[in-house]
Write a protein that binds this ligand. Structure first.
Ligand code: ADP
Ligand code: MG
Ligand code: MG
Length: 254
């Protein structure tokens, strides 16, 4: 029984069909990469799995850890260990990063019936994790996104992830290129957290990230469907040849 089992998933936004029958299995312990050209539905898939309600699921099923994921509200999914890296699109000066991280962790602990961490305990935990992730610990005291570089934003996402210890982490690397520092931050975060009971879904436009995080499986999403799957060599083929070859005999194994 895979950790995540997606069957015939269909979803639309604004009346437009974006996911046209996605079939995908992700096993515990696995790092899966999802690649695909711009507009193929990668971010939509991530958002649908996280339960963002602007997307309308119109068919199919998703089982997660033996549960019917689509029947669960977004907060319950998060509580059940599903993590979608959240990026604040704007700066929130005056709201410190540490404040939001502590709120997120204590909300999760509350749901798990664990006592809240007090400020001291929390700071000790954050300190240890920032060291592990190669972050400056002063960083967490800054305002949310206040003057964060690309690499710092990514380190911050990795810190969220390391704090929350998800069972399934979905990282949607948007199409805007990651600089080298940001790539390293993501790789360091994911590689540090790779574990037998945890799975990652790395959504990425480019192969570059996969030089730093070697995935177990690579899946290509094309016009709302997974059209081919393979090992890391599939990512290298896409880097060399792009996606055009998929148009002819889409499901042909490489
Ligand atoms: P990808 O992440 O692979 O680039 P997306 O999931 O972002 O693809 O988008 C897939 C399709 O859904 C695109 O055609 C896009 O225009 C459409 N789409 C995504 N989000 C929205 C939205 N909020 N409103 C309308 N259309 C959207
Ligand atoms: Mg896009
Ligand atoms: Mg996207």
């Amino acid at each position: 029984q895979p950790l995540l089992q997606i069957r015939g998933l269909r979803a639309e936004i604004d009346g437009k069909l974006v996911l046209a029958g996605v079939d995908l299995d992700i096993a515990a312990g696995e790092v899966a990469a999802i690649m695909g050209p711009n507009g193929s539905g990668k971010s939509t898939l991530a958002q649908v799995l996280a339960g963002r309600d602007i997307y309308h699921v119109t068919g199919g099923s998703v089982r997660y850890a033996g549960m019917d994921l689509l029947a669960m509200p977004a907060e319950e999914r998060a509580r059940a260990g599903l993590f979608l890296a959240f990026q604040y699109p704007v700066e929130i000066p005056g709201v410190s990063n540490v404040y939001l991280l502590k709120a997120a962790l204590n909300a999760q602990r509350g749901h798990q019936g664990l006592p809240e961490l007090d400020a001291m305990e929390f700071l000790q935990k954050v300190k240890a994790l920032t060291r592990e992730l190669g972050m400056d610990e002063k960083f967490v005291q800054r305002g949310v996104n206040e003057g964060f570089s690309g690499g710092e934003k990514k380190r911050n996402e990795m810190l969220q992830m390391a704090l929350l210890q998800p069972r399934l982490a979905i990282l949607d690397e948007t199409d805007s290129g990651l600089d080298v520092d940001a790539l390293k931050a993501v790789a360091q975060g994911v590689n540090a957290l790779r574990a037998a009971e945890r799975a990652f879904v790395l959504i990425t436009h480019y192969e570059r990230l996969l030089e730093h995080i070697v995935p177990d499986r690579v899946h290509v999403l094309w016009q709302g469907r997974i059209v081919t799957s393979g090992g890391p060599e599939l990512a290298r083929r896409i880097e060399r040849e792009g996606y055009a070859w998929l148009q002819h005999g889409a499901a042909e194994p490489s």
